[in-house]
Design a protein around this ligand. Structure first.
Ligand SMILES: [Mn+2]
Length: 355
């Protein structure tokens, strides 16, 4: 209930106002419940509204929060409205970036008379700053990811396919305690390396080629996100130059991380390093993003970002260079912003590993 009380304060929720939360990540953050359903909140009350499949689970995962079960003729919206109307709610905040048009129409119908308004990302704003427990979970998720990567280094050999490498990494992460993958692992070799989000294929990795691996474990609901690019045998001079450039951008940007720093200035620095090395236009995505319950959270390290770093932020730093027909390199850490600077949660080596 602690986080719900903090949320009520943060949202400035007043008498006559209610919140109808449908995003699983926000529901998990506020209650610990991982199933499907709705979280209804008023200044003095909260309830998880779910169906038979999750009723017992909700009671276990969110002790202290009443659980209501939907039934024929009484769906999530109807149950929430019963709670809202008995509390005199006239204004209902919804996650307008998540509720579908159909759901919204249904809410207006069931909650006739109530005004619907955007929740404006209040839970997401809270989630951007992690507490000790959350940092510990992400630290563990990163440690699992690094251990799996280390294991992979003694397994991966030229001639294996991108998929074989991916499967080994995924299996190891699960074996080491990952509850599931944070996202689908990217394993991109040779010319496929120029696709930032390549899907692992049956392409065998040839000697002299690089392999980019972007992956992460998940621990107690919190994600890790890391990328390393390794080489099978000696790479070409061009690929080596690309690697060194990305590594320099990565290291210099990480060193900039500290409270008070504008996220866009870190992104701009990576672009400067990469442009000056002659790779203008080859780094087409943003430098990084927050990581937590969702793999992409606030703050954003991008050119358009207005975010300013503060202690407790957890962000990735992931510059890359992608050259179609040649290949690509990306190096990524997940870092926590501390009172005085930053700490990388990804201890895996960054100097080019030649297998
Ligand atoms: Mn990432």
């Amino acid at each position: 209930m602690n986080r719900i009380a903090a949320f009520v304060r943060e949202a400035g929720l007043k008498d006559g106002e209610g919140v109808y939360i449908t995003k699983p990540s926000n529901m998990y953050y506020l209650t610990g419940f991982t199933g499907e359903g709705v979280l209804a909140v008023t200044p003095g009350d909260a309830a998880i509204i779910t169906d038979f499949r999750y009723t017992e689970q909700a009671g276990r995962q969110a002790p202290g929060i009443p659980v209501e079960m939907v039934s024929k003729g009484s769906d999530h919206a109807a149950i929430a409205w019963r709670m809202f109307s008995s509390a005199g709610v006239e204004r209902v905040y919804i996650e307008d970036d998540h509720v579908t048009v159909r759901e919204c129409e249904h809410l207006k119908e069931v909650m006739a008379g109530a005004m619907h308004q955007s929740l404006a990302g209040v839970p997401e704003k809270m989630r951007a700053v992690k507490d000790e427990d959350e940092i510990a979970c992400i630290r563990r998720a990163c440690a699992i990811s690094c251990e799996a990567f280390e294991d992979l280094l003694s397994f991966a050999k030229a001639g294996m396919t991108e998929k074989q490498v991916q499967l080994h990494l995924d299996y190891k992460m699960m074996e080491l305690g990952s509850e599931r993958l944070a996202f689908n692992t990217i394993s991109a070799s040779g010319v496929n390396g120029s696709l930032p989000h390549a899907v692992p294929s049956d392409r065998p990795i040839a000697r002299g080629e690089m392999l980019t691996l972007d992956f992460g474990a998940r621990y107690h609901g919190y994600d890790a996100d890391m990328t390393r690019t390794v080489s099978f045998g000696e790479p070409s001079a061009e690929m080596r130059r690309i690697y060194d450039t990305v590594l320099r951008a990565h290291l210099e940007c990480e060193k900039m991380l500290a409270p008070g720093v504008e996220c866009k200035s870190v992104d701009a620095h990576a672009r400067r390093v990469i442009d000056e090395a002659g790779y203008q236009g080859r780094f087409g995505h943003s430098l990084g993003h927050g990581v937590g319950i969702d793999i992409h959270e606030n703050p954003r390290l991008s050119a358009a970002s207005t975010d300013i770093l503060c202690p407790g932020h957890i962000v990735t730093v992931e510059p890359g260079i992608y050259v179609p027909g040649l290949g690509g390199v990306r190096i990524e850490d997940t870092c926590v912003i501390t009172e005085t600077g930053y700490e990388s949660l990804v201890p895996a080596p960054k100097e080019l590993i030649i297998l």
